[in-house]
Ligand binder design. Structure first.
Ligand code: ARG
Length: 574
């Protein structure tokens, strides 16, 4: 066996004996990891095979047992109560895993499932002149992690920031700015001042409804490319992007495209015409909508009375454009679950338009984040509070470092990596659909299930390796690793976690769930820390020392890869 993909190896051996229509992947999916190692390292429940093989599960387990040769990686097998259990040879298992992690041809954990395929991921997507809120932060963090995970799975990824840069609100903002705003004020206060103007518009319009007409007029001018209107609009975008950019810089997140809603302005008529031609459009009091009663959904408004397009219309136009431009295998949208209906509606519309790729549109919804005990500056104007949150996380981490490790070099840099890492990891710590709370004590706890904990574990592994290196023990050649020295329970536990990494990457990708990786990293860190505390590494005699160092190196490699996948940096000293 050339690599550690034991499931595949076993499935291949079993296929001929199972017969019938069952695919190799299906057999691999049947294999499970028994919770108790007494019951084997891997186990095949034979109950589902009963139907096709027309035998009792126990008889199947016994029959299949015959085709598995033992003496190699699989030391022994047992057929018990309808399960076929496999017990690994511990030394060979260690050898196979370390070979893959340390000396494999491709980065360990990566796969080729997406080879030749494109995926578009629409994430972050804040609104111009509006606050970048905690939901946008979570979208940014999840979207960025997914982009990395898909890339690691061989896909060509295009990350799109679908900026909310169009709509009647810009007419209002222009009016408000011209009446009550000043260039200096906007320059000084940024998005905060734009928001204040927008709010003021609404207050004033209550007293004087003619302002609404004025705003509509200005929006029409904007739509007709009036120079003055365009200039202001561009400036609002500029002001906003400069602030959003600070958050992206802190997070280390980038995009391949910033084509926002306005990008589709000239593509709207075609969509409306196509909807009409396909008999999907219905007039309702001068507006145009698509009825979705047959699918248990309210109608989707596509064209306003005044001819303006809507969020739905823009999303349909954007999807068609993206299909043409990127020929995506999947187009993924990362937003708060409050937008579930919006996506269900327009995905259905694309389907009704007859596009066969409608089922390649994926809404990756996530839950809300509440900020428990977090005080953000209420300083007027600072509505991009997330920058404040990140900065506070950095400052608090800086304090922790100062008290725990005052002689650390690059304290500021490390504080940034760990502070930001804490916020990111918190966002990914649970299934994305769950609502989560952010609290300083939890997010920054170096002993909890946090980003800092995993980063610290990684730094610990680095430190062991550094010391070994300064003793002259450098890269460990595969043959030199005395794998039979890694049979103890702690080392075996670590090896099993390492073995699981590729499966977890694949699962995170299939489920659009970066938390699969964050939780995996916690498990790996915990098993490594147990090993570290129970087993001497640098003080062990040879050949144990080299074998254990190889294991440390493997853990360090996988922690680094995993953290980077979900968007965290990996300082070597903390
Ligand atoms: N701008 C929207 C908001 O802040 C999110 C856009 C999500 N992407 C999309 N293609 N609809 O709620």
């Amino acid at each position: 066996m050339s690599n550690a993909n034991v499931k595949q190896y076993i499935a291949e051996l079993l296929m001929p004996a199972i017969g019938g229509e069952i695919k190799e992947q299906a057999v691999m999916d049947l294999l499970e990891y028994p919770p108790d190692p007494q019951m084997g390292d891997l186990s095949l429940p034979c109950f589902k095979l009963s139907k096709t093989m027309r035998k009792a599960p126990q008889a199947i387990a016994e029959q299949l047992r015959q085709v598995i040769a033992t003496g190699g990686l699989i030391a022994r097998t047992e057929a018990v109560s309808g399960y076929l259990n496999f017990y690994f040879d511990k030394g060979r298992f260690a050898k196979a895993v370390l070979q893959d992690v340390l000396f494999g041809k491709k980065p360990y954990g990566s796969n080729e499932l997406g080879r030749g395929k494109n995926v578009v991921i629409d994430y972050s997507s804040p609104n111009i002149a509006k606050p970048f809120h905690i939901g946008h932060l979570r979208s940014t963090v999840i979207g960025n992690a997914l982009a990395n995970i898909f890339r690691f799975s061989g896909y060509k990824v295009t990350g799109v920031n679908h900026l909310g840069d169009w709509g009647t609100q810009f007419g209002k903002l222009i009016v408000a700015y011209m009446r009550w705003g000043s260039e200096a004020q906007v320059k000084a206060e940024g998005v905060g001042e734009l928001l204040r103007l927008y709010v003021k518009f609404h207050d004033e319009a209550e007293k004087d409804p003619s302002l609404e007409d004025e705003a509509r007029e200005w929006f029409v001018r904007l739509e007709k490319n009036d120079e003055r209107a365009l200039k202001l609009w561009r400036w609002f975008i500029d002001i906003s992007m400069r602030e959003f950019g600070k958050i992206y810089d802190l997070l280390g997140v980038t995009f391949d495209s910033y084509a926002g809603e306005s990008f589709y302005n000239d593509k709207m008529d075609t969509v409306i015409a196509e909807l009409a031609e396909k008999g999907l459009l219905e007039e309702d009091q001068g507006a145009m909508l698509v009825r979705l009663d047959d699918y248990g959904m309210p109608p989707a408004l596509m064209l306003k009375k005044d001819g303006g397009s809507l969020y739905h219309t823009r999303d349909v136009a954007a999807a068609i454009y993206r299909k043409q431009t990127y020929d995506f295998d999947q187009c993924i949208y990362v937003t708060d679950y409050a937008q579930n209906l919006h996506f269900q509606q327009w995905f259905k519309i694309v389907e009704l338009m007859g596009y066969p790729w409608a089922d390649k549109l994926v809404h990756v919804a996530f839950g809300r984040v509440s900020l428990e005990g977090v005080r953000l500056a209420t300083r007027k104007g600072n509505v991009v509070m997330l920058e404040d949150l990140l900065k506070q996380a950095i400052a608090k981490t800086r304090e922790i470092i100062e008290s725990k490790n005052p002689h650390l070099p690059n304290k500021d840099e490390v504080a940034r990596q760990v502070g930001v890492g804490a916020v990111i990891f918190n966002d990914l710590s649970m299934n994305r659909i769950k609502d989560i709370a952010f609290s300083w004590d939890e997010a920054l706890n170096f002993d909890g299930e946090t980003g800092p904990y995993v980063q610290y574990t990684h730094a610990r592994a680095c430190s062991v390796l550094r010391k070994a290196e300064s003793d002259g023990e450098l890269v460990i050649a595969h043959e030199a690793i005395a794998v039979e020295q890694l049979q103890d329970a702690e080392a075996q536990r670590v090896l099993k976690e390492l073995y699981l990494f590729p499966e977890r990457v694949e699962m995170a990708m299939r489920k659009y769930e970066p938390s699969v990786i964050s939780r995996y990293l916690i498990d790996l860190s915990q098993s490594f820390n147990r090993f570290y505390h129970e087993r001497p590494i640098l003080l062990a005699d040879q050949p144990v020392r080299t074998a254990r160092l190889a294991l440390v190196k493997a853990v360090q490699t996988v922690l680094k890869t995993g953290l980077n996948l979900i968007g965290l940096e990996t300082p070597e000293k903390i």
